[in-house]
Design a protein around this ligand. Structure first.
Ligand SMILES: Nc1nc2c(c(=O)[nH]1)N[C@H]1C(S)=C(S)[C@@H](COP(=O)(O)O)O[C@H]1N2
Ligand SMILES: [Mo]
Length: 213
């Protein structure tokens, strides 16, 4: 297992987002290639650090809080007023399985950020049930991250994060927080659940960013 170098400043890793066809329509993310150290599976393993929380859509809220403390909220109806995209993408878990061609329905994070004023570089994601993960804000933008509510033509199952999870398939799957509840944006990096015990702050599978050193 090769550990990556220090969890470098995410600002240094900002990439130009790929061309996006906007907020609607089908987005094909999949490459059907294996990142280094991964193997292919056709199963859809469930990996959860705790029990599956049951979140009623009537109670569900998603909140973005900026570095200045201003909060933006979406309830289930508000979520569904945002543009929705069908996404076909490969998934890469740091435990080394990859699954090709998964089909999701989700709302691009760009649509949420359209009403948020921020210059923060870091996001801490928190979930119903208490799980957290962190990633650079840049990785949430550019049509590369969604709040997903559908999988394979059905509502997203609770074990896979239903009613709504973050989907950031260009990063290792631990960043795709299930039962997503909020984003806290900040100028200083705050580490999440796995990042706090040594996993990488960015987690790009193509660069095999499994561990911070
Ligand atoms: N809330 C929450 N989200 C989570 C996790 C978790 O334990 N809790 N596990 C992460 C990890 S390590 C992986 S690999 C994926 C697994 O998603 P799946 O169970 O839908 O395959 O969810 C990620 N999101
Ligand atoms: Mo994982």
């Amino acid at each position: 297992m090769s550990a990556e170098g220090p969890a470098g400043g995410p600002a240094g890793e900002l990439r130009v987002p790929p061309a996006t066809r906007g907020f609607t329509g089908r987005r094909r993310e999949r490459t059907e290639e294996l990142p280094p150290g991964q193997y292919r599976t056709d199963d859809f393993p469930v990996l959860s650090a705790g029990p599956t929380p049951r979140v009623d859509t009537g109670e569900w809220r998603f909140t973005i809080t900026t570095e200045t403390g201003s909060s933006h909220h979406w309830d289930w109806n508000g979520l569904h007023r945002l543009p929705r995209t069908e996404v076909v993408t490969d998934l890469h878990c740091v435990t080394r399985w990859s699954k090709f061609g998964t089909r999701w329905s989700g709302h691009p994070l760009d649509a949420f950020f359209a009403s948020v004023s921020t210059s923060a570089e870091h996001a801490l994601v928190t979930c119903y049930g208490g799980y957290t993960t962190n990633l650079p804000v840049a990785d949430l933008l550019g049509g590369r991250a969604w709040i997903a509510t559908g999988y394979d033509g059905e509502p997203l199952a609770p074990v896979h994060g239903g009613p709504a999870r973050l989907l950031v398939p260009h990063l290792y799957l631990w960043k795709s927080a299930k039962w997503v509840r909020s984003l806290t944006l900040s100028t200083a990096e705050q580490l999440g659940f796995w990042e706090g015990v040594g996993y990488h702050a960015h987690g790009d599978p193509w660069r095999e960013q499994r561990y911070a050193l």
